[in-house]
Design a protein around this ligand. Structure first.
Ligand code: MG
Length: 156
């Protein structure tokens, strides 16, 4: 068994899509970033790479590489899943927490879960999506950013 942990944060700006786990959450604000800014996928990719001690998302998919400009992060996750398979590892489960003030994640939780499970090629019962707000406490709490924490358990 190997455990992996990942974290990510992106600023929220008008006129961008709010992508979480490969699902577009309806919102006036979305993640700024070099890629599509899918904060949940980026944290998950870091967790998968971390679990295998393979580095991090920045070393695998350099933001300086024009290839990754505005790239759909689902493609990065699919690539990472391929690395996991190459290492003969299997994802046992994923647990995650999204921190976002608006919109509320609740109504979209199942969609995000199904999307992530499909990208990971595992059953939705192995994927957990939790949501929190920061109640105005800091930058994220003021609605200026979205954060995600992810842990994964890998079997190799
Ligand atoms: Mg990121």
């Amino acid at each position: 068994m190997r455990i992996g942990f990942g974290y990510d944060i992106h600023r929220l700006v008008p006129g961008r899509k709010l992508m979480l786990g490969g699902f577009q959450v309806p919102s006036e604000y979305g993640e700024d970033g070099h890629s599509d800014g899918d904060t949940l996928i980026h944290a998950l990719v870091d967790a998968l790479l971390g679990g295998l001690a393979l580095g991090d998302i920045g070393s695998f998919f350099p933001p300086s590489d024009p290839l990754y400009k505005n790239i759909n992060s689902a493609i990065l996750l699919k690539e990472t899943v391929r690395f996991v398979k190459e290492k003969r590892a299997r994802v046992a489960n994923v647990d995650s927490t999204i921190i976002l003030e608006q919109p509320k994640i609740g109504p979209f939780r199942e969609k995000i879960r199904e999307s992530l499970a499909a990208l990971l090629e595992i059953e939705p019962s192995r994927v957990s999506i939790k949501a929190k707000t920061k109640e105005g406490a800091d930058t994220t709490g003021r609605g200026e950013a979205v954060e995600a924490y992810v842990v994964v358990l890998l079997e190799d």
